[in-house]
Write a protein that binds this ligand. Structure first.
Ligand code: FES
Length: 126
């Protein structure tokens, strides 16, 4: 049975779009970000070489669609799937799932974020 352990981040009203905060979650540094109005929380320790991934650039995932043989793959950026790129060597992860874009067997730990009574919390249970 899992229990919820909420770690306070800060008031939602002070958490602007694009902001990020680092919090300690049971000894793990976690980056909490607000992107497109949504909150995300990821471990701030890259799975490549321990870089500060939560401090990296946030961008949109490039997705492609196969149309038919002989045609170019149609590509576009997906606003609903933000990614974060580690500032050290560029490994990129889906902010929601933590999956590394080049190998989805590599998954950066993510955490649930909840807002209660106007305060943003990270759920310490992964
Ligand atoms: S430490 Fe993150 S990409 Fe190398």
């Amino acid at each position: 049975m899992s229990t919820t352990e909420l770690i306070e981040v800060k008031p939602e009203s002070e958490f602007e779009e694009g902001d990020r905060e680092l919090v300690d979650v049971n000894g793990i540094e976690v980056g909490v970000l607000r992107v497109n109005g949504e909150f995300h929380a990821v471990q701030n320790r890259c799975l490549h070489d321990c870089g500060p991934v939560a401090e990296g650039q946030v961008s949109r995932k490039l997705v492609g669609e196969f149309v038919e043989p002989g045609k170019r793959v149609e590509k576009d950026y997906d606003d609903n799937e933000p990614i974060i790129s580690c500032p050290w060597h560029g490994w990129s992860y889906d902010l929601e799932t933590g999956e590394q874009l080049a190998d989805d067997d590599i998954v950066l730990p993510t955490f649930d974020v909840v807002v209660e009574d106007g305060v943003v919390y990270v759920d310490g249970q992964q």
